[in-house]
Design a protein around this ligand. Structure first.
Ligand code: NAD
Length: 351
């Protein structure tokens, strides 16, 4: 397999590249990434000299460049992680970049896949396209739950998913779409809840919890997401959607308290901040369909504390990665807040 990984310098993409190169000695990977504020080549520094790996700086909205790279490297399979992913930014900073990358960018990849007769394209999407569930509702999202996104980020991702469906039906492009739940693990940019809270606590600061802290997310270890995507690259049926999740619903407050327990700190480190507008109450994913293909998470609900403990340990041990990314985040947040303050706005927190 000669694999093009779009967005491989981000959190999940870089974990996926590590996973693939470790598991398959005869596969090669081209990492195609625009290196936005969320892209970080330090995430893949340990494979940079591997002869099976190459990096190309590029934008998924640039069809000519995608086409050229696929031809030059003889690409057979494509997986797309490239996206604008931070929900708060899509609310406070405007949604244009989200639509460009998450919708138009996917369409450009589909065109390039078609032109190059790619064997399989996996488009990595999110459970957030389904909208929200009520706390008291015991249903979960299945693959036939209607797409009803509430936030610009999720709507732009849904746009990409719709394009995949249209290209499959119209042009028979061999595309598989995945809807995964919230990921945690190494190499995550510290604007997302778990690394943000871990970093702040390790720096002696308090952690900002939105609203009442009872919003529920379904958490999966990034390595489990990678193993599911690996299976779908090989065995996913073209034109199908697959949910990915580890049956691990937790409220933001549960997560916060567990992180505090692992680091050995008390509830006095929690501060409550104004809730995010349109904050979806609950996400929960039914992953029965992919499990029927033989996939099983290594970190199911009962192993979550182990997975979180290992993640905190990784952040504690990789201090130069943490320092570099934290400084990058501070700079990036300052310029983002300056941009917002020109229109009289401010982003309180990050999850
Ligand atoms: N993080 C989660 O919990 C989660 C859960 C479910 C699904 N997903 C999906 O998984 C994918 C990866 O998420 P992540 O958390 O790793 O994101 P991330 O923000 O860490 O990484 C995104 C990467 O895409 C790159 N990128 C952005 N725009 C690009 C463009 N136009 N062209 C090329 N590269 C571009 C960035 O430089 C970065 O390296 C996304 O599609 C996201 O919607 C994420």
């Amino acid at each position: 397999m000669k694999l093009l990984v779009c967005g491989g310098a981000g959190f999940i993409g870089s974990n996926f590249i590590h996973y693939i190169l470790k598991k398959y000695p005869d596969y090669s990977v081209v990492n195609y990434d625009k290196l936005t504020y969320a892209g970080n080549l330090e995430n893949v520094v340990d494979v940079a000299k591997d002869p099976r790996y190459a990096f190309v700086e590029g934008d998924i909205t640039d069809l000519d460049h995608l086409d050229e790279v696929m031809k030059k490297h003889g690409i057979t399979h494509v997986i797309n992680f490239a996206a604008e992913t931070h929900v708060d930014r899509s609310i406070h900073g405007g949604a244009k970049e989200f639509v460009l990358t998450n919708t138009l960018g996917v369409q450009m990849i589909l065109d390039a896949v078609r032109l190059n007769k790619i064997v399989k394209f996996v488009n990595v999407s999110t459970d957030e396209v389904y909208g929200a569930l009520a706390l008291e509702d015991d249903r979960k999202f299945t693959e036939s739950t209607p797409i009803l996104p509430n936030m610009p980020y999720a709507a732009a991702k849904a746009g990409g998913d719709m394009m995949c469906n249209a290209y499959f039906v119209t042009h028979k492009v061999p595309v598989v779409v995945t809807h995964c739940s919230n990921n945690y693990g190494p190499y995550q940019f510290p604007e997302k809840l778990i690394p943000f809270f871990v970093f702040k606590l390790l720096k002696g600061e308090k952690v900002p919890v939105y609203g009442d802290g009872l919003n529920v997310r379904d958490w999966i270890h990034v390595t489990d997401h990678a193993s599911a995507l690996d299976l779908l690259l090989h065995e996913g049926v073209a034109g199908e959607i697959y949910n990915i999740g580890a049956d691990n619903e937790r409220s933001n407050m549960d997560i916060t308290k567990l992180i505090l327990k692992i680091i050995g700190l008390g509830d006095d480190r929690i501060e409550y901040v104004t809730d995010r507008p349109g904050h979806d109450r609950r996400y929960a994913v039914d992953a029965t369909k992919i499990m029927k293909l033989g996939w099983k998470p290594m970190y199911p609900r009962e192993k979550f504390e182990d997975g979180l403990r290992e993640t905190v340990k990784w952040y504690k041990e990789n201090t130069s990665w943490v320092e570099n990314i934290w400084n990058k985040k501070k700079k990036e947040m300052n310029s983002f807040q300056t941009k917002l303050s020109r229109s009289g706005k401010r982003m309180e927190s990050a999850t």
